[in-house]
Write a protein that binds this ligand. Structure first.
Ligand SMILES: [Zn+2]
Length: 256
């Protein structure tokens, strides 16, 4: 009897019956590469955030496509986008998630070697000074060239809604998965965790939305790794795996 059960289990396992099946065809994922054009984002030693996040976003595009998703990149070249341009695809089409890719920086040169790590943000007001500082820097860039109406988006109006709860869950799955992928080869990478912060780019998208700060461009060790294909592959793999885990857990809500 036991032998028979084991054989049956092995058969199910080999044929993939225990793997959750997802109807990914037609499900849209929006990848937002931060900055672009005249807005280089953070910079250090001649390396620009806008270049790095485009490279990572392109890898994400390919990987999500390979998994059968429909993917939209807000930019696939070095151009500047307004806040409305970044979020309109996620709103018009039925995107299931919106993922914005950025890289972090600090202003204090004396601490360049100490401050490092990967952080994932979801939209929420916070008293945490560090998160406020990072949101202020990213918001200043994204609001360049934005009209007055868009600038008056009231963060309060979207807080505490279902989107915030879902975004928090997505952020947790993605951060966990990134760290697992990165730490398998870069054991000393710091896990900056999941954090709430008031990012404007996340206000505009009406879907579960997160912003990944893939590392500190001001940290010499991290900067060197961030611009290698291997590190970018692992970052992208982690984001894709985490997103799929989130979708698998919530496929009922999406009507899969
Ligand atoms: Zn940025």
């Amino acid at each position: 009897m036991i032998k028979w059960l084991i054989a049956l289990y092995a058969l199910f396992f080999l044929t993939g019956c225990f793997e959750p099946s997802i109807e990914r065809t037609g499900s849209l994922i929006v990848i937002d590469a931060g900055h672009g054009g005249h807005d280089g984002g953070a910079s250090a030693e001649g390396k620009l955030e806008k270049t790095l996040v485009l490279q990572v976003s392109k890898k994400l595009y390919e990987k999500f496509k390979d998994k059968g998703f429909n993917v939209h990149l807000t930019r696939d070249n070095d151009t500047f986008l307004t806040l409305a341009q970044r979020t309109k695809v996620a709103d018009k089409k039925d995107a299931i998630v919106f993922i914005s890719i950025h890289a972090n920086a600090i202003a204090d040169k004396r601490r360049f070697s100490q401050v490092e790590g990967i952080e994932t943000y979801f939209l929420q007001k916070t008293r945490d000074a560090k998160s406020q500082r990072i949101a202020a820097r990213e918001n200043a860039s994204v609001l360049k060239g934005t009209d007055r109406l868009s600038k008056n988006v009231i963060i309060d109006s979207v807080l505490n809604g279902p989107k915030i709860i879902e975004s928090n869950k997505l952020a947790i799955d993605v951060q966990k998965s990134i760290m697992r992928n990165i730490k398998s080869h870069y054991i000393d990478t710091k896990d900056g965790g999941v954090r709430p912060a008031p990012f404007y780019v996340l206000v505009g998208a009406s879907r579960p939305s997160i912003l990944v700060e893939v590392g500190y461009i001001t940290n010499p060790k991290e900067r060197e790794r961030l611009f290698t294909s291997d590190y970018q592959e692992r970052l992208a793999e982690g984001i894709v795996e985490g997103t799929i885990k989130y979708i698998d857990n919530r496929k009922k809500e999406f009507g899969f």
